[in-house]
Design a binder for this molecule. Structure first.
Ligand SMILES: Cc1cc2nc3c(=O)[nH]c(=O)nc-3n(C[C@H](O)[C@H](O)[C@H](O)COP(=O)(O)O)c2cc1C
Length: 323
């Protein structure tokens, strides 16, 4: 399958693995790229430029295919060393950057000078248009279904994707709620040039996270995620668990008075404990509604091959057969 995204990124299949905190290590990024998609290392999980440089080098030993790095702009008082992180991405010869959280305007000249394609992930058409206007090469349009931060507009992909198609001239991929060949074909029908998956890629053999995390995703239904931090306008879709229920109780009790400090125990520093140690109830971790469509733990290659071959039969048999 050839789309504007496969052509732009030099990949075989129009499937991207979005940045994921404490999941997007070299093992997963390389597995996705080796299977013909675009794997992405999560920059902020590494924390420092030195560690990110080492992770990029490690990924190079696992694949000779293109892969990207995600840089997320966080609303924090002590920001990470963004200039240093971007510099090691450039020095490491990475050719694709996924940005998220805020637009990457400040970094565009540096990235463009280095010949890097910038895919900005955003949750609203107005943000996608802004990304286009500052020179981003593509956007990843993240609907309300998505795991992680869906923004505050709550527009699901059945509306958001065609709206993006109506407004944008740069190519975009559909993100949020994507799991299988049906997702891919539907995304293409709505004007996207491919899809970006987060949650689905966690439940794969190569994802370097504890088995408990993979099993939790397989066991979950589409009813098992919750939105947290809405009162802070930093909404995150997470898997429900004991910590999340405690957090939601605090949100209810404190109402508009809720501060980040009130929920710090449930959200700060919990990722390593969950993803590495498999301590599933220790805090809130991002997960999409799409968990309801995840039934197994295949290898990344099995997953991507299955998506592409089933997409072929949906297009050539089911859809073509309607005529
Ligand atoms: C566990 C987890 C961690 C994530 N961490 C990040 C992150 O650090 N930066 C980012 O831009 N997106 C992050 N995301 C969002 C994904 O890149 C992707 O946009 C999202 O998962 C798509 O929705 P889906 O889960 O329905 O596929 C995360 C998602 C999950 C599930």
């Amino acid at each position: 399958m050839k789309t504007r995204i496969t052509e732009m990124l030099g990949i075989e299949h129009p499937i991207i693995q979005g940045g994921m905190h404490f999941v997007g290590f070299a093992e997963l990024a390389a597995a996705v790229s080796n299977a013909g998609g675009l794997g992405i290392i999560t920059g902020l999980t590494q924390g420092t430029p030195e560690k990110l440089a080492a992770e990029i080098a490690r990924c190079r030993t696992m694949t000779d295919k293109p892969f990207g790095v995600n840089i997320t702009f966080l609303p924090t008082l002590t920001p990470p060393d963004y200039p240093g992180l971007f510099q090691v991405i450039i020095d490491g010869g990475v050719k694709v950057v996924e940005t998220a959280g805020n637009n990457p305007q400040q970094w565009m000249p540096m990235l463009k000078d280095a010949g890097i394609k910038v895919i900005h992930k955003c949750t609203a058409v107005r943000h996608a248009l802004k990304a286009q206007s500052i020179g981003c090469d593509a956007v990843s349009v993240d609907g309300f279904e998505c795991g992680g931060h869906p923004g505050e507009d709550d527009i699901p992909n059945f509306i958001l994707l065609p709206r993006a198609a109506d407004e944008l001239s740069i190519p975009f991929v559909a993100s949020g709620g994507m799991a299988d060949a049906r997702s891919l074909v539907a995304a293409l029908a709505m004007g996207a040039e491919g899809m970006n998956m987060g949650t689905r890629f966690i439940a794969t053999k190569e994802a370097p996270v504890h088995e408990n995390v993979k099993k939790a995703i397989v066991a979950a239904s589409e009813l098992d995620t919750r939105l947290v931090m809405r009162p802070l306008r930093n909404t995150e879709r997470v898997m429900n668990n004991a910590a999340v229920e405690r957090l939601l109780e605090k949100e209810k009790a404190l109402g508009a008075n809720l501060k980040f400090e009130d929920i710090i125990e449930e959200v700060a520093g919990v990722y390593p404990k969950i993803m590495m140690n498999g301590d599933m109830d220790v805090g809130a971790w991002s997960c999409g509604m799409v968990a309801g469509l995840v039934y197994d733990i295949p290898t990344v290659k099995e997953l991507i091959d299955r998506i592409m071959s089933e997409a072929d039969s949906i297009i050539h048999q089911r859809l073509n057969g309607l005529y």
